[in-house]
Design a protein around this ligand. Structure first.
Ligand code: SAH
Ligand code: SF4
Ligand code: F3S
Length: 444
């Protein structure tokens, strides 16, 4: 795709971008930053003196959208201070709400959906001339293959390998906000990986809404992983997210047989009731899912697993919920992201109503959070005394004396800084743990 470099008025330079939602949005913000940078804008760390303020938004649940509405109220202050500041809403909410965002908020100047980021420079310039700009067409081909993301982290990188989703789980807004599934070419991904390796990066995360259905001609996701593992043999390689339907034996064997492919799998189950799974259009049953877990645990013995659960899906009974509770106890996940069902307009489930009351949703959610915390605490307490290789990411939010890092299996480890620097791989022996964090000390 040809890219036009626009002339930027000298008065318009700095942009600030705030990111909400999933890792796809984090990666997209880096693509947007790369694009704007190439077109003469400069990236700013703070909104205060920015000429352009962009919110990269999420629509997955109602509360994700409410957060943006609240943030927009705060942004009025910036607009008041500087009426020329341009406010842009991009991402999934831009796609979902479109003109509504401009009509209901007289401070929003541009609204741009996930497949139209190439138009951002142009729309920003036009918005300066006081025409609100909207670009929300979805594409079947856009992958931003040729755009170099502007990364702010210099040892860890997200690489978006595909966009969109064709699964149409009945509760989910993503196929509507991100459009049809499409994969980037294997060669362009490998080129990016090699470049990152040469720049000293230590870890990459290959991301997509459903990476297991990656395809470039005859190459599938397992082939891509094999190639990435080969060209980046010294780097840690992660991937998210997997859909249970497409988790192939070939992929499990590939992860098991390559040392630098991390032994960590996020495998959303959503519910353990087959009746609910069917209503959710998840296309697998719980027996198939459990079979996968068994197979993975057997082939990758030290694997760590996380999952996503939705409670209170329309018609979910106490019996359905109990199946999920029992399943959590059976599988013993290392972690779980647990949500109350939130009806999304236009999805299939929207038509099923929102039959579970908010009180029941809350009590089911609290119950599984408590159970899962106990399970994770027990798993983590068994790691005390063991030593792990940890990638030092950032300062711990609780103490300036400590680093925050992760094991290969994606466990968070907090440890005293010693001589370690950000980006260093260090051996840390675990001395203490809770449900979410391991605490340790550096050993030689
Ligand atoms: N593509 C990923 C999921 C992306 S959304 C996958 O399939 O694994 C992340 C999680 O948000 C989902 O797994 C689901 O648990 C939750 N979610 C999605 N839509 C939701 C809704 N309408 N209400 C509550 N949770 C939802
Ligand atoms: Fe949504 Fe399902 Fe696609 Fe995940 S796989 S993004 S939950 S439709
Ligand atoms: Fe949210 Fe869009 Fe990601 S809805 S979860 S930002 S794909």
């Amino acid at each position: 795709m040809k890219e036009e470099i626009l002339e930027i008025p000298t008065t318009l330079r700095g942009f600030y971008i705030e990111t909400y939602g999933c890792q796809m949005n984090t990666a997209d913000s880096e693509i947007i930053s790369g694009l704007l940078n190439k077109n003469g804008f400069s990236h700013m760390e703070q909104a205060d003196n920015a000429d352009v303020i962009i919110l990269n938004t999420c629509s997955i649940r109602d509360n994700a959208e409410q957060k943006i509405h609240e943030r927009l109220k705060h942004l009025r202050y910036y607009k008041k201070k500087n009426p020329n500041v341009i406010i842009g809403i991009v991402g999934c909410m831009a796609e979902r709400l479109r003109t509504e965002l401009i009509e209901n908020n007289n401070i929003v100047d541009i609204v741009v959906g996930p497949d139209e980021y190439r138009k951002l420079p142009e729309l920003i310039n036009e918005a300066k001339e006081e025409t609100p700009g909207i670009a929300v067409r979805l594409s079947r081909v856009e992958t931003y293959d040729d755009i170099t993301p502007l990364r702010t982290n210099n040892f860890f990188a997200w690489i978006s390998i595909m966009r969109g989703c064709d699964k149409f789980c009945s509760f989910c807004v993503v196929p509507f906000t991100r459009g049809r599934e499409r994969s980037r070419s294997l060669n362009s991904i490998l080129e990016e990986v090699i470049q990152l390796k040469e720049s000293g990066f230590k870890e990459i995360n290959l991301i997509g809404q459903n990476v297991n259905s990656y395809r470039d001609d005859k190459f599938d996701f397992a082939d891509l992983m094999t190639e990435v593992s080969r060209v980046a043999s010294t780097m840690r390689i992660r991937f998210t997210t997997s859909h249970p339907q497409d988790m192939s034996d070939k992929l499990i064997e590939t992860i098991a047989s390559h040392k630098n492919l991390c032994n960590y799998i996020h495998l959303p189950v959503q519910s353990a009731s087959n009746r609910i799974l069917q209503l959710m259009n998840r296309t697998y049953n719980i027996e198939h899912y459990y079979g996968l877990v068994e197979k993975i645990k057997k082939q990758i013995p030290d694997v760590s697993f996380t999952t996503d659960i939705i409670v209170g899906f329309p018609t979910e009974t106490d019996e359905d919920h109990q199946l999920t509770v029992d399943f959590l106890k059976e599988v013993k996940y290392d972690g779980a992201f647990m949500f109350k069902y939130s009806p999304r307009e236009n999805t299939k489930a929207w038509e099923m109503g929102d039959s579970v009351s908010s009180e029941i949703k809350s009590s089911r959610l609290n119950q599984i959070i408590e159970i899962q915390n106990e399970i994770a605490s027990t798993i983590n307490s068994k790691l005390i005394g063991k030593t792990f290789s940890v990638l030092t990411e950032k300062e711990s939010s609780k103490s300036t004396n400590d680093w925050f890092g992760r094991t290969e299996t994606n466990k968070i480890v907090v440890f005293e800084k010693g001589n370690a620097q950000r980006g260093d791989l260090v051996n840390v022996q675990i001395i203490k743990s809770n449900s979410a964090t391991l605490f340790g000390r550096i050993v030689e």
